[in-house]
Design a protein around this ligand. Structure first.
Ligand code: ADP
Ligand code: ZN
Length: 211
């Protein structure tokens, strides 16, 4: 099963992705994580990516598509994968069509009014990637799952978040139409309920479809 997770920044893609990945045994491929790892290690890709991610802009399509094509050619993707944060433009989706066959696109809709606060208050575990919101941490600075240190992503500040939301509306939202026309989109809505509620809906749908 080859699956794409689509949704605005802050819609909860990362959280859903790790649960879907565990439950269905699909490697979780996040282009954002790949860029952050490269930035941390100061690789040539990282140095290039940083100038875009710092401003909340997209890394150029050619670079991003090449990274994904390479990643999908690895052995662990043979029996399926979960793409998180890719594609993000129509050009990326068209490139992907040339080297992959996607079965489902899980689209997570969310009220835009919730996103600024969600993202600016987000803290992430540096070890396992779990996300938290400061309003529920009560001053805790460690991950309750693995004990890792929590940090604030450099792009989770009001200015960069605004630009990420604008980029999403202009460049990524058109993908909803693109995949609806292909007949492979599955629509869900993220609310203020715990992420496990949304996960249960996604899980049920994927099980039903794989029967
Ligand atoms: P979010 O969805 O919360 O904005 P991600 O972790 O998915 O965050 O991505 C962080 C940044 O990495 C993006 O703002 C962008 O600069 C870059 N990036 C990630 N995926 C892509 C992509 N498919 N194409 C171009 N840039 C990307
Ligand atoms: Zn952790």
């Amino acid at each position: 099963m080859n699956v794409i997770l689509l949704g605005a920044p802050g819609a909860g893609k990362g959280t859903q992705a790790s649960q879907i990945s565990d439950r269905f045994g699909l490697p979780h491929i996040s282009t954002g994580d790949i860029f952050r790892e490269n930035i941390k290690n100061a690789t040539p890709i990282g140095l290039l990516a940083k100038s875009y991610t710092d401003k909340g802009q997209l890394v150029p399509d050619e670079v991003t598509c090449q990274i994904v094509e390479d990643r999908l050619s690895r052995a662990d993707c043979k029996n399926g994968y979960l793409l998180d944060g890719f594609p993000r433009t129509i050009a990326q989706a068209e490139a992907l069509d040339k080297f992959a066959k996607i079965d489902y696109v899980i689209n997570i809709n969310v009220d835009f009014g919730l996103l600024m606060d969600r993202l600016c208050g987000r803290r992430v575990c540096k070890d396992c990637g779990e996300s938290y919101h400061i309003s529920r941490l009560n001053g805790e600075t460690k991950c309750s799952r693995c004990g890792g240190e929590l940090y604030q992503r450099k792009d989770d500040n009001p200015e960069t978040v605004q630009s990420r939301l604008d980029v999403y509306k202009a460049q990524t939202a058109p993908l909803i139409d693109y995949y609806t026309k292909k007949g492979i989109i599955l629509n869900f809505t993220s609310t203020d309920a715990p992420p496990s509620v949304l996960f249960a809906e996604i899980e049920a749908k994927l099980i039903e479809l794989s029967k």
